[in-house]
Design a protein around this ligand. Structure first.
Ligand code: AIR
Length: 214
């Protein structure tokens, strides 16, 4: 099958980037790929729906790299691409094969449909780089997590890209104490929120609490 020129250019750019010698600080730490831009709301989060990987990473101080020649000032960064296991298998292969050489420490991969093969194939090709799989829909769960022994993937429940990002940062935090602190501070905020709600419900009683919530 012939490759489109636009696809070939992306493949060439990833391969060229893998040959470059940039510092750890200049390259993205987390790579996010999804099977289609129709996965964007689930993978990155949307105002109407649930928060996603974008929201989790930015909350933890990560910035999105869109131009490697002009990276964000933030120390920790992520990159985002659409990569389809079935429509663009060469791009998937190159993305996964070059991921470690391009400086990524962990990849978050999401796909939907019944043949959600991007996460599991990326995990196999990028191994031993860790890949966190996100089934974009319920029907994608089996194909994301169903890996044979010896070919691991870490995966979250359907649509839980926010948690996938937290897992990615947990992996990075083993090497970067700063991220460990940010994860603990995030969890502390969660605990405070629950504690406040708990006290309010208890002290107002159910009907008044419901009224207050609108
Ligand atoms: N997909 C795309 N290429 C391979 C797969 N499995 C998935 C996408 C998306 C769904 O197919 O991840 O969830 C439908 O994609 P689209 O582009 O038709 O909206």
């Amino acid at each position: 099958m012939t490759r489109s020129q636009a696809l070939q250019e992306l493949v060439d750019e990833l391969e060229a980037e893998a040959q470059r010698d940039r510092s750890d600080e200049a390259t993205p730490d987390v790579g996010i790929i999804m099977g289609s831009d129709s996965d964007l709301d689930v993978m990155m989060g949307s105002e109407e729906g649930r928060p996603g990987a974008y929201d989790a990473l930015t909350e933890l101080g990560f910035a999105e790299t869109t131009d490697l020649e002009d990276p964000p000032e933030a120390r920790f960064t992520f990159e985002t691409y659409v990569v389809s296991a079935h429509r663009t298998p060469e791009l998937m292969y190159t993305y996964a094969e070059t991921a470690a050489d391009r400086g990524l420490e962990v990849v978050i991969a999401g796909a939907g449909g019944k043949s959600a093969d991007l996460p599991n194939m990326t995990a196999s090709i990028a191994y031993p780089l860790p890949v966190v799989g996100v089934p974009v829909q319920e029907k994608s769960v089996a194909s994301v997590i169903g890996m044979p022994q010896g070919a691991p993937i870490t995966a979250v429940d359907a649509g839980k890209s926010f948690n996938a990002a937290l897992t990615a940062v947990q992996i990075l935090a083993r090497k970067h104490p700063e991220l460990d602190e940010r994860l603990q501070a995030y969890h502390n905020e969660l605990q405070t929120e629950v504690a406040h709600v708990s006290r309010e419900l208890h002290e107002l009683g159910t009907p008044a609490f419901e009224d207050e919530r609108g």
